[in-house]
Design a protein around this ligand. Structure first.
Ligand SMILES: NC(=O)c1ccc[n+]([C@@H]2O[C@H](COP(=O)([O-])OP(=O)(O)OC[C@H]3O[C@@H](n4cnc5c(N)ncnc54)[C@H](O)[C@@H]3O)[C@@H](O)[C@H]2O)c1
Length: 252
């Protein structure tokens, strides 16, 4: 997918940093804040930050001007309609983010990828607030975004390969070293297969039954199956045996 226009929602620390990263790397950036003062403040902040880099000899004046020419501050969410990618970085509150995703889903073009910069919230909860759950993922920049090299691309169980690939390519084109987070247990904890792949192999039904039996024997809340496992069971997403679990086995 060819990403050219990026929408940023949220004019705080992270929204401003991500906007700077995107415009410096040639993306047209539409910054959306709830107030005109917020939108203007973000653009001013960008001018100031890029100006400092020019003063320090880290950025040419022409590069600053080219980056700033790509940025527009707006208040109307509808202005994001034609973005190829929207990254939200509003307050860390699931109810606020879900409402935002539902609104963006109605406004944005069919091809638009919607991403969240959340640090802790479940991406899938935002995905299911939309009619395009396969086009939702996490793109988690670190603070300060212009300086930090790592970007975590978070694959929700609903995210398509195309969405994750586009998010990784976007972060890479911004000069970052993105990793896909679902691989962290293999790469970071040296597990031969991640815990979710293992549940898919064992079977979600079997896993729930095992945990229920353990809990009946020893009612420790940590042994209770997660709600999400029960939902997967209800939906018949049993893992490899049904073709779909945390991962999709129908195309393998
Ligand atoms: N600060 C960090 O180090 C860091 C790092 C990575 C990711 N994050 C994530 O980035 C997101 C934003 O964090 P931040 O540090 O930029 O916060 P911030 O407080 O600087 O900015 C939050 C923005 O959300 C806006 N906002 C508040 N309530 C809102 C509402 N109801 N609707 C729409 N917008 C609203 C605020 O006006 C502000 O512009 C969070 O999800 C956070 O978890 C933060």
């Amino acid at each position: 997918m060819n990403i050219k226009r990026v929408g940023i929602v949220g004019s705080g620390t992270m929204g401003s940093g991500i906007a700077e990263v995107a415009c410096k790397n040639g993306y047209e950036v539409i910054l959306r804040s709830r107030s005109q003062a917020g939108a203007d403040g973000m653009v001013k902040g960008l001018e100031k930050s890029l100006g400092k880099q020019v003063d320090k000899g880290k950025l040419a004046e022409a590069e600053r001007d080219a980056a700033l020419a790509l940025v527009r501050g707006v208040t109307d969410l509808e202005e994001l309609a034609e973005c190829d990618l929207v990254v939200e970085s509003v307050v860390e509150d699931l109810a606020v983010k879900k409402e935002l995703f539902a609104a963006l889903d109605k406004i944005c073009a069919a091809h638009t990828i919607l991403a969240t910069n959340t640090s802790t919230l479940p991406v899938v909860e935002m995905a299911v607030a939309t009619e395009r759950p396969h086009q939702i993922c996490g793109i988690h920049f670190f603070n300060p975004a212009p300086m930090m090299g790592l970007v975590e691309v978070v694959r929700a169980i609903t995210s398509s390969d195309e969405t994750v690939e586009a998010a990784l390519a976007f972060a890479q084109s911004c000069g970052k070293g993105p990793i896909e987070v679902r691989g962290a247990m293999k790469a970071g904890a040296n597990m031969p297969m991640g815990p979710f792949a293992l549940i898919d192999l064992v079977g979600v039904d079997v896993t729930v039954a095992i945990l229920d039996a353990l809990y009946a024997e020893n009612p420790d809340p940590f042994l209770q199956p997660a709600q999400h496992l029960r939902r997967m069971l209800s939906a018949g997403r049993l893992g490899r045996k049904s073709g779909q679990g945390f991962y999709d086995y129908t195309k393998r």
